[in-house]
Design a protein around this ligand. Structure first.
Ligand SMILES: Cc1ncc(C[n+]2csc(CCOP(=O)(O)OP(=O)(O)O)c2C)c(N)n1
Ligand code: SF4
Ligand SMILES: [Mg+2]
Length: 292
């Protein structure tokens, strides 16, 4: 094959809205790497794209919904999870994926997250954790590690940060994993699994924000930081989620921590209302334990 022919088509082009390219992300930003892993997972799972929807909130990561070529929704800040919940309940056969940032899902949207997890809502949440509110100028976030510098923490952060897997586990999520963006095959595999998991899945992907977080903390370029996070990672599948705090530039425990079965929101609704109403109740959506 001639070089010109090889370069003609991007291998993931059919999954992207090419009319929106070039994207807005900075050179060296890790968000695109996570999108590539997501698309690989869709391809490997042979997902019917008419049955997958992506929902994002606002932020650099929130732009993902605008670039993927399937039903996708760029919602308001912090509201991706409730939007996804409504979408899933109205279309129970669809696989609904929230793809958004740490600030969007766990800062302004934190309350929505905890209730979706409590209900074991059947959605997949992919959270790009770049340790700051990147789009608005690198403000301190609920995920910024202690002592890290941010535009609103010029002398270093002194707030305790959330450990996202611990939070998700405590709230009732039934699939929880953490990777760095450079663990591309692992991220892909987790997304493949989570797309087939029934219940609330959270996949946290630690990702460099080169322009704000890395520059302010003098952590080198995007590639350096991508590699640094990877090198700092230790894979501990099944680790106790209470042990997963992230210290500034410290060890990053990655792996699949939770993968369990529990009735989803619709399972619980169907079981309960059938018990209470008997034949007057018509089961809704995919039925408990029914396989594809
Ligand atoms: C109601 C509301 N409050 C604040 C904002 C401003 N805002 C837009 S994006 C953002 C932070 C996004 O951070 P994160 O979700 O971590 O995404 P990132 O840019 O880091 O990928 C904020 C505070 C907004 N758009 N709407
Ligand atoms: S500001 Fe940070 S997160 Fe946003 S596109 Fe640039 S590098 Fe990525
Ligand atoms: Mg962020």
């Amino acid at each position: 094959m001639k070089k010109e022919d090889r370069l003609e088509k991007n291998p993931i082009e059919e999954y992207l809205r090419m009319d929106r390219i070039p994207h807005i992300w900075c050179p060296g930003c890790g968000i695109g790497t996570v999108v590539t892993s997501f698309i690989e997972a869709l391809k490997k799972n042979k997902e019917d794209l008419d049955k997958v929807a992506v929902v994002s909130g606002i932020g650099c990561t929130g732009r993902v919904a605008g670039y993927v070529k399937m039903d996708s929704f760029h919602t308001t800040h912090g509201r991706a999870v409730p939007f996804a919940t409504g979408l899933k309940l109205a279309n129970p056969d669809m696989k609904v994926v929230v793809f958004s940032g740490d600030g969007d899902i766990f800062g302004i949207g934190g309350n929505h997250f905890i209730h979706a997890a409590r209900r074991n809502m059947d959605i997949l949440i992919i959270c790009v954790n770049n340790f700051n509110y990147a789009m608005t100028g690198g403000q301190v976030a609920a995920t910024t590690p202690m002592t890290a510098n941010a535009s609103t923490a010029p002398y270093g952060n002194y707030e305790y940060s959330f450990s996202l897997p611990y939070l998700a586990d405590a709230c009732g999520a039934t699939y929880v994993a953490r990777w760095t963006a450079l663990h591309m095959r692992r991220v892909t595999k987790s997304i493949q699994e989570a797309l087939n998991h029934r219940g609330l899945s959270l996949i946290e992907v630690i990702t460099p924000c080169v322009t704000l977080y890395a520059r302010r903390n003098r952590l080198g370029d995007g590639l350096n930081l991508l590699k640094y996070y990877y090198d700092q990672s230790v894979i501990e599948h099944g680790a106790d989620t209470r042990t997963l705090d992230i210290a500034y530039q410290g060890k990053l425990v990655c792996g699949k921590f939770i993968d369990k079965e529990k009735p989803t929101f619709l399972d619980a609704m169907n079981t309960h209302l059938s018990n209470v109403l008997g034949d007057d109740y018509e089961l809704y959506g995919r039925i408990n334990n029914e396989n594809d």
